[in-house]
Design a protein around this ligand. Structure first.
Ligand SMILES: Nc1ncnc2c1ncn2[C@@H]1O[C@H](COP(=O)(O)OP(=O)(O)OP(=O)(O)O)[C@@H](O)[C@H]1O
Ligand SMILES: [Mg+2]
Length: 251
């Protein structure tokens, strides 16, 4: 994939060094509209640091990131979310004491008008319909009014992902959405993401160690090793790449 093509997200020569640790060391890639890209690689190869550098969580050492032809390097996560870029984290970010439905509403409230407007609006900030749509799509209707913290870990992961989609983002970066969930839920999550991509549009970049999930979901996969791109291409080419097998898949 060529990072200079007209793209939705373009990452150019991004670096994040911590002293002698080159966590991200010159990564370039592009994501087109409605495209799904997978990012794989061994533990510690810099996948999360790459996301954090793109999303303003940490300041990159060098390089640039643009979204819809506009430079966004160094913009705060809040500014980026207002431009339609969402994310999930490697660890759960669910409010355990809130109901599942309220978690979803909370996730999008930032985007609903000014503070006085929000005070005059309905208690659900007008987001109830969107929350119900997401509850149905993520098969969470039966637990909509339960406390999120009381649910099984797998269901909380689904809530976490559903929350990222509440503000109708144009680009979502998902960091290990399958971590800790069982095989049937992995399959369910893949189908949900494919349905969302087909029906709502949006581009996704997905970090995952679950190869079955990533190979079925992502037509284009980037394999990172030691902060750099070792190989990229379609699932078949990645699966049969000798260097990828040696550095990662063969383990
Ligand atoms: N704040 C930091 N200070 C120093 N080194 C860091 C910091 N954050 C990350 N690193 C180092 O950067 C490298 C990349 O870490 P990162 O968390 O991005 O890897 P990862 O590919 O997401 O791994 P995993 O698959 O285990 O989640 C690692 O060597 C890590 O120890
Ligand atoms: Mg990580």
């Amino acid at each position: 994939m060529n990072s200079s093509k007209t793209s939705f997200l373009a990452v150019r020569e991004l670096r994040k060094h911590y002293g002698s640790i080159k966590a991200v060391d010159g990564i370039s890639f592009a994501v087109g509209p409605c495209e799904i890209i997978g990012v794989i690689g061994p533990n510690g190869c810099g996948k999360t640091t790459l996301f954090n550098s793109i999303l303003g969580q940490i300041e990159p050492t060098s390089g640039s990131v643009s979204f819809c032809e506009e430079t966004i390097t160094g913009k705060s996560p809040l500014e980026l979310s207002r431009r339609g870029i969402g994310r999930t984290f490697q660890s759960l970010q669910v409010f355990g004491k809130l109901s599942v439905r309220d978690n979803l509403i909370m996730a999008a409230q930032e985007f609903v008008g000014s503070m006085p407007m929000r005070l005059w609006m309905r208690p659900d900030a007008g987001l109830g319909e969107r929350a119900d749509e997401m509850l149905e799509l993520f098969h969470l209707q039966n637990v909509a009014h339960k406390e999120a913290g009381c649910l099984a870990y797998g269901q909380q992961k689904l809530i976490d992902v559903a929350m990222a989609f509440m503000p109708a983002p144009r680009l979502v970066l998902l960091d290990e959405p399958c971590a800790g969930i069982n095989a049937s839920m992995v399959e369910e999550l893949r189908e949900i993401l494919q349905t969302l991509n087909r029906t709502h549009g949006g581009s996704y970049v997905v970090i995952e160690h679950n190869m079955d999930f990533i190979m079925k979901l992502c037509p284009h996969i980037i394999c990172m090793v030691e902060g750099r791109i070792l190989a990229e291409g379609n699932p078949e080419s990645i699966r049969s790449n000798k260097q990828v097998l040696e550095a990662y898949l063969g383990n």
